[in-house]
Design a protein around this ligand. Structure first.
Ligand code: SF4
Length: 367
């Protein structure tokens, strides 16, 4: 399990070694053919900010070499805002007195029809953690209902057991995203004081359970703003490196969610500038040429227009972060505010104008 490796590391030592990297370390990392985790530390260090232009050039070249000039499009579909966890940064938190809603089968199909009409073939199903209402049976039924209508179904929901994942993979689930939020144990505890999510190690073990269940793709990431993003990114890289070796049949993706405003949510502890986010995305690409890098509508339009040619491989478009947000209950409370409000068609046109191909359907399993 990754936890065995994780427990041999110390947060403060990892942080210090990243911040101690010098210009010479960055130059070495940029000029190597194959890069180590020490090189990744150099690329995410403050010293590397002075090398942003060569990093962008290299990241663009490596991305085009591996993925061509393509950009995959996906859209989240919120199934429910019920949640029994308290997460200090989330609008769906149990202690947030909002109207709760879970889509019925009919509402789910109405939302799906709308997404299909927009052209989407890749849908990300999202819920809070409410096992009584949105447990495995609900998710299994949702996948059964949606599978005939879409080429690819992904899921960002509560962590499940290995057998439960295996059941959903059998139904046609393609990808699971599970973000550790932060690898800093004490900070994690502060932000997750109640509910199943307060168990740091159960969450940390989740990608292992996914790998054993034979999932096609696993997405990792941290919530940027909770803790030092450089140290959290180092631990994410350590995690991915471990998973790639152990569960080599699965593919991997990384997302970069920056904490966004939501009802009753305090400001981020740590701010990350746009330049730093570009640095992080380029560092990932230079370190790992195979990994998929995803940028959501949390980011503003100007940022997203630039990032598509610098290393990202998939972006969401036209997202709503509330259950029923597309058709059936457009006024329900959103999980967080999005920043890019353009329609899917406007995003696709922007991608094409940039000389890239907007990919709505990348892959389809035999149904
Ligand atoms: S982040 Fe997820 S688990 Fe936490 S309160 Fe929000 S929906 Fe629930």
């Amino acid at each position: 399990m990754f936890r065995d490796l994780f427990d041999t590391y110390n947060w403060d030592e990892a942080r210090e070694s990243i911040y101690a990297k010098k210009a010479a370390d960055v130059e070495t990392a940029l000029h190597k053919a194959k890069r180590s985790i020490e090189d990744f530390k150099a690329l995410i260090s403050p010293a590397a900010l002075a090398y942003l232009e060569p990093m962008c050039r290299l990241s663009r070249r490596l991305t085009q070499q591996r993925f061509g000039k393509t950009m995959q499009l996906y859209i989240p579909l919120y199934l429910s805002n019920e949640c029994q966890n308290i997460c200090t940064y989330c609008g769906f938190s149990y202690d947030n007195k909002i109207k709760r809603k879970t889509l019925t089968a009919i509402e789910l199909l109405q939302e799906a029809q709308y997404l299909q009409a927009q052209g989407f073939q890749h849908v990300l199903l999202v819920t809070g953690e409410a096992n009584m209402t949105v447990g495995v049976d609900y998710l299994q039924n949702a996948i059964r209902l949606l599978r005939p209508h879409f080429a690819q179904l992904s899921m960002e929901v509560q962590p499940l057991e290995q057998e439960e994942y295996a059941t959903l993979v059998g139904e046609g689930l393609h990808t699971v995203l599970v973000y550790q939020e932060t690898y800093h144990r004490e900070e994690y505890k502060k932000h997750h004081p109640k509910g199943k999510k307060s168990n740091f190690y159960y969450r940390l073990d989740t990608p292992d359970r996914l790998g054993r269940a034979g999932i096609h793709k696993i997405g990792l990431g941290v919530l940027i703003g909770l803790e030092d993003w450089r140290t959290d990114s180092f631990f994410t890289a350590l995690h991915i490196g471990y998973l790639e070796k152990k569960y080599w049949q699965s593919r991997y993706s990384i997302s970069f969610p920056r904490l966004r405003p939501a009802a009753g949510i305090p400001d981020p502890k740590v701010m990350m500038s746009d330049r730093e986010l570009v640095q992080l995305i380029c560092a990932w690409r230079i370190f790992n040429e195979e990994i998929e890098l995803s940028v959501s509508t949390r980011e503003n339009a100007g940022f997203r227009d630039h990032i598509i040619s610098l290393g990202a491989t998939s972006i969401s478009a036209g997202s709503r972060t509330n259950p029923g947000g597309y058709v059936t209950d457009v006024e329900s409370l959103e999980q967080f505010a999005i920043d890019d409000h353009r329609s899917p068609q406007e995003i696709a046109a922007m991608i094409e104008r940039s000389g890239y191909k907007a990919v709505w359907k990348d892959w389809e399993a035999f149904k």
